[in-house]
Design a protein around this ligand. Sequence first.
Ligand SMILES: [Cu+2]
Length: 155
Amino acid sequence: MNMTRIASWAISALMMVSSLAAIAETLDPIAQREKIVADANWKEMETVTITLDEHSYSPNKATFKAGKAYKLVLKNVGEKKHYFTAPEFYMAISTRKIEAPNQGEIKAPHVIALEIMPNGMLELFFVPVTKGSYTSYCTIEDHRKQGMEGVLQIE
Ligand SMILES: [Cu+2]
């Protein structure tokens, strides 16, 4: 084997390794949902609660770490029903399940919006995957304009 051949072999080997690394870095939260959910450590799950009221989310900013197990509790303490719409965020996470405590649970690859009734509560069990800053908002009447908007950060 001459030097040119060795060099070209080394270059193609390097290219193969770097393309494999690129694949490993871009996890698809929806397509690889089952594996991502199974790999997360649910014993160390962190609970984050967001309260919905007229017309706010509190806190209106939440930060999540990619790969960690979370339960996001959405609690409506207001007198009106409210939405927690966040289509881009829901596409950036792997959803394990959504629970309405004592009533039922939903298993689906992802949702677009969650609606919570007055005195109601929904719990979203998930693993954040795609890093970025996402917006949540209420789509009822002018609630968003009145302040029902929040930021969900994955880092
Ligand atoms: Cu609302």
